[in-house]
Design a protein around this ligand. Structure first.
Ligand code: ADP
Length: 377
């Protein structure tokens, strides 16, 4: 039986595990702590640090195929393992490019793929100098080259009043895009070269809080835009030569341009609805792809939405769910909690998938979920 090893034991690994049970594959995980989301359910779990060379090398000896659920893994170990003939998905070169946002952006430019202009700068002082010299101007977005996630490592600078938000780290600076919609596509490729992609997803923002309220799929955009996003995502997964998943985030700007924002070579938040809305989920397709099996259909049964369940503000401690009964009474609403023992304000504790025949029905269900379901301590 093929043995699969995953670096990381968070919720993405947990959902991979859940979707692999039916295929009866041998899958194991490496992460710091058994109490993380996967460790609590997977019996094959190695405690160790996926950023540490020796830990990754030792873990890899137990498996035939190595994959990830987080980008921040030890690259030197992956390059060495690849030399030794181990199968690594995504390949370490792609991961190296993606780990650094500046190199990632340059990759799009080199391949004539649409993305906003950018310049690479050393630190905060360098940004201020570039402002003085006129090589950048307000409003702009500064992004840390490495280790940003969920908006951490991104600063929107509209003028001098935002200077206290400037990041003092190697970074890139790009002009503020006039965003009409934020879109995402997940593409999937196996080693034999079959490629599929999921429907385009749109992020729906709460205009008052300026936070993502839910993700909706298929996105309500012109067919031509959706086709363009899917074809760019499929082209990109080939260019990176990734086996597994590649999630591509796009901006559709107010002039109708599609720009690549960034990618992630693993399961992604923008594909969580596929657990219930699509014939084959992103997690199952990731496993199929890295094991070089035929890929599953990405067709969606119905319109789908996904809301992240975040720890309620003002609560920290042992997780308590309230309102679950109200949600369980609803048709075509599916709860996916990640098994995190401790909740903190705004921590991602789970997500809820909502299916429906039209957007109105879905929004009504979301309003009920918002009102009743909470994670407190
Ligand atoms: P992260 O890796 O933290 O997800 P992103 O690059 O996706 O970082 O940026 C986070 C958010 O910041 C985006 O979803 C978008 O709303 C906003 N943003 C990023 N780049 C730009 C830009 N060039 N113009 C306008 N908004 C941007």
């Amino acid at each position: 039986m093929i043995k699969i090893g995953i670096l990381g034991g968070g919720q993405l690994g947990r959902m991979m595990f859940q979707e692999t049970i039916g295929l009866d594959l041998d899958i194991q995980f490496l992460d710091d702590n058994r109490h993380f989301p996967v460790g609590r359910i997977a019996h094959q779990f190695t405690e160790g640090d996926f950023t540490n060379y020796d830990d990754v090398m030792a873990f890899a000896q137990k498996v035939d195929i190595l994959s990830i659920e987080i980008e921040k893994v030890n690259l030197d170990a992956l390059f060495e393992l690849e030399k030794q003939g181990k199968k690594i998905h995504p390949n370490p070169r792609a991961l190296e490019i993606i780990q650094d946002k500046a190199i990632q952006k340059q990759f799009y430019k080199d391949h004539h793929l649409p993305t906003s202009d950018f310049i690479v700068l050393k630190d905060k002082a360098d940004v201020l100098e570039a402002l003085d010299a006129g090589s950048i101007s307000y409003p702009f977005v500064q992004k840390a080259r490495k280790d940003g996630y969920d908006g951490k490592g991104v600063a929107v600078i509209r003028g001098q009043m935002d200077h206290d938000k400037l990041l003092d780290t190697p970074c890139l600076v790009e002009p503020c895009v006039d965003i009409e919609k934020e879109l995402a596509v997940i593409a999937c490729k196996n080693e034999r070269g079959d490629i599929v992609s999921y429907e385009v997803v749109e992020m729906v923002f709460d205009p008052e809080a300026n936070l993502v309220k839910y993700l909706f799929s298929p996105a309500e955009v012109k067919v031509a835009y959706a086709q363009k996003c899917r074809s760019i995502a499929e082209e990109l997964i080939q260019k990176f030569d990734i086996s597994g998943l590649l999630a591509v985030e796009f901006f559709l700007d107010t002039s109708g341009n599609i720009l690549i924002n960034e990618v992630a070579p693993r399961p992604h938040n923008s594909g969580h609805h596929t657990l219930d809305a699509a014939i084959c989920s992103q997690f199952e397709n990731h496993i199929r792809a890295i094991a070089n099996l035929p890929l599953g259909s990405t067709k969606q049964y119905k319109m789908g939405a996904m809301v992240n369940v975040l720890g309620e503000d003002g609560f920290q401690g042992y997780t308590i769910y309230i309102g679950m009964e109200d949600i369980l009474k609803m048709e075509d609403v599916h709860i996916h909690m990640y098994g995190k023992a401790i909740t903190k304000p705004k921590r991602k504790m789970g997500h809820i998938n909502i299916l429906g025949d039209n957007r109105k029905e879905i929004e009504e269900k979301i309003a009920i979920i918002d009102q009743y379901f909470k994670v407190i301590a």
